[in-house]
Unconditional design. Sequence first.
Length: 78
Amino acid sequence: MPVIALIVIGAAAGFLATRLMRIEANIPTTMLIGIVGALLGGFLLRFLITVAGWLSGFVGAVLGALLVIWIWQTYLRR
C-alpha cells in the first residue's frame, strides 16, 4: 500500500478510534495513533489469516481422511 494511502487511512482510523474511545487528542497524535494502529492491525490480521489458512488446511485434511475411512469401512470392507 502506498505511503500516502496509509497516512490517509491511518489518519481516518485514528480519528475514528479516538472518538470511539472518547480520547481528546491533537491532530498529529491522532494521525500517529491511526498509522501505528494500521501497521499493527495489518500485521496482526495478516498473521491471523496465515494461521487460519494453515489451520483450515489441517482441518480439511482431517475431515477428508475421516471421510475416506468411513467410505472404506462402509463400502469396501466386508
